[in-house]
Design a protein. Structure first.
Length: 141
């Protein structure tokens, strides 16, 4: 039986790359790396989601928007880990609270059959961000 308090079931979800060379990066990942350009939620900044095995593995974001304080562009923006259950999400929140780790939350809107997602961001140091993501219904109280 899995222990929901551990990170054993967590998976790497995606990597986000911020670049002013959005189209050339997309061409590289599609034409050379073999990923497929796919659907992307209606965010306020331009970008692409590139898929492998039906999952958006690489998120490309246009670097023409001003970088957040302490962050440079272009850059690999963050890594993200997916949590597949409400128990894993609650355990993560408990560990963050127990260790006094500040974080920010956000939501990814529903897109077709892809349900809405909850995101939690932890800034480890300037320019070093870790995201945790789960289905929005797992993050509801």
């Amino acid at each position: 039986m899995e222990n929901p308090d551990s990170a054993q079931a967590m998976q790497l979800d995606h990597a986000t790359i911020v670049t002013a060379e959005l189209d050339s990066a997309r061409r590289f990942f599609v034409d050379v790396a073999g990923l497929t350009q796919g659907a992307r939620p209606p965010f306020s900044v331009d970008g692409y989601w590139l898929y492998a095995n039906g999952r958006p593995l690489i998120h490309l974001i246009d670097a023409t928007v001003p970088a957040a304080t302490g962050r440079t562009a272009p850059r690999i923006d963050h890594i993200a880990f997916r949590l597949e259950s409400a128990a894993e999400w609650r355990a993560l929140l408990g560990r963050l609270h127990a260790h006094g780790v500040d974080h920010q939350t956000a939501h990814v809107p529903q897109m077709g059959p892809q349900e809405a997602q909850a995101q939690l961001f932890v800034a480890l140091a300037p320019g070093v961000v870790v995201e945790f993501v789960t289905a929005l219904h797992h993050a509801q109280p």
